[in-house]
Design a protein around this ligand. Structure first.
Ligand SMILES: NC(=O)c1ccc[n+]([C@@H]2O[C@H](COP(=O)([O-])OP(=O)(O)OC[C@H]3O[C@@H](n4cnc5c(N)ncnc54)[C@H](O)[C@@H]3O)[C@@H](O)[C@H]2O)c1
Length: 382
């Protein structure tokens, strides 16, 4: 029975503001945990929109300045759901106030900023986590369990892509709600920090560290009107990025992401080929894991599609009955559950800020390689 209230203050009421609120609201209904999130305060700059969000999702109070929110004595956890350029400032201020900090991905604008965040959060000694939620799709967690059991044997290949098509129109402005992703000053980078960061986090988790990369990027639409100034300005983000990588375990990888793959909305897939078995996962079919096992009897050997909905599959015993699938929003419920369990067991749930810094290092190396045109070493965690 969840007895200990944990007061949450959220900053940002957009896309992630909704997925996180849903996670905090649902978790105690489905998971038996010591801590119970209380939706104590929501923060945003537009008071009318903020009030509407708070009312809809059940936040008890509101603040229009995050500086006031992080100082509040009745807040235990600050949850950052704002564009990337504000993560560091809010996270560091919250940590200095002794708050636990949950931060949306990517952790930071780049590795150097990420290092400052890790130093501050570790100095404050507060619980922390970054929302790389795809780790918590039950089929992805199952992939991790299968790999860790050694079933794949030596891993040869890792292949990931994240394809979208929503920025093809040159009429789309840069800046503002959602569209801050097209503004390098707010986003840091384009698809590399936004989409490939997810692929990289999953890859590091499943297959270990990446040692070197070589990358190419392209900005297909080079100028767009900026929402803030009304002027046509240079576009500083990468619209598409493809890179080759070598993992420290000797496996080779390809990663690709674009917002110009006409027909694809959020096609995140990864495939891993080992000497004994292979795994494939597709976000569009997120409750399934494709698995090929060479140890199977030869005449019936083939790719099988595991419907990851049974009671002994990761997280699934907490949901309905075997055979009934869950979806995207549940990855966030699982992430809240794991964070709370980490507080209970004093074993922090990953990725922590430090774990997420490793993804920043890979993104930095990818962007640097794209500009120099050469193989680039990835900085490793200290
Ligand atoms: N984990 C995931 O799968 C995932 C998916 C989408 C976005 N994200 C990340 O979540 C973050 C937010 O993205 P989003 O899609 O929710 O964006 P969004 O544009 O939908 O929402 C951003 C929110 O931040 C608010 N905001 C901006 N600056 C602020 C400030 N200074 N003070 C208070 N509020 C401020 C905006 O008003 C808005 O409510 C980004 O870092 C993004 O990379 C992660």
């Amino acid at each position: 029975m969840a007895s200990k209230p944990l007061n949450v203050g959220i900053v940002g009421y957009g896309f992630m503001g909704r997925t996180h609120a849903n996670g905090f609201r649902k978790v105690s209904n489905f998971f038996d945990l010591e801590y119970r999130p209380v939706l104590r305060a929501a923060c945003g700059r537009d008071e009318a929109k903020l009030k509407a969000y708070a009312e809809k999702w059940g936040w008890e109070t509101t603040e229009t300045d995050w500086r006031a929110l992080v100082k509040r004595k009745d807040i235990d956890v600050v949850d950052i759901c704002t564009p990337n350029d504000s993560h560091a400032e809010i996270a560091i201020a919250a940590a200095r106030e002794g708050k636990m900090v949950l931060c949306e991905k990517p952790l930071s604008m780049d590795g150097a900023e990420g290092e400052k965040m890790v130093a501050e959060i570790e100095k404050a000694g507060v619980a922390n986590m970054v929302w790389y939620n795809y780790r918590r799709a039950p089929a992805v967690t199952l992939a991790k369990q299968i790999i860790d059991s050694g079933k794949l044997g030596k891993i040869f290949h890792y292949r990931a892509k994240f394809l979208q098509d929503w920025t093809i129109s040159a009429d789309l402005p840069q800046g503002g709600a959602g569209l801050w992703r097209l503004d390098a000053k707010a986003a840091g980078s384009g698809v590399t920090g936004d989409l490939l960061a997810h692929c990289i986090d999953t890859a590091l988790w499943l297959n270990g560290s990446i040692s070197t990369v070589t990358a190419m990027t392209e900005t297909f639409v080079k100028q767009r009107t900026h929402t803030a100034t009304g002027k046509v300005e240079e576009v500083g983000i990468d619209d598409a990025c493809a890179f080759l990588a070598r993992f420290s375990n000797g496996s080779l990888a390809t990663f690709e992401s674009t917002r110009y793959a006409r027909g694809h909305k959020a096609l995140y897939t990864f495939e891993i080929n080992g000497e004994n078995a292979s795994i494939f996962w597709d976000l569009h079919d997120l409750h399934r894991l494709q698995f090929f096992d060479y140890a199977d009897e030869s005449r019936t050997r083939g790719w099988k599609s595991i419907h990851v909905t049974d009671g002994d599959h990761p997280y699934m015993g907490n949901w309905w009955v075997p055979g009934l699938q869950i979806g995207y929003e549940h990855t966030f419920v699982h992430q809240v559950a794991d964070f709370l369990k980490g507080l209970e067991t004093k074993t922090p749930a990953g990725p922590t800020f430090r774990d997420a810094l490793e993804t920043q290092y890979v993104c930095d190396a990818v962007l640097s390689s794209a500009s120099t045109g050469s193989w680039t070493k990835v900085k490793q965690l200290a």
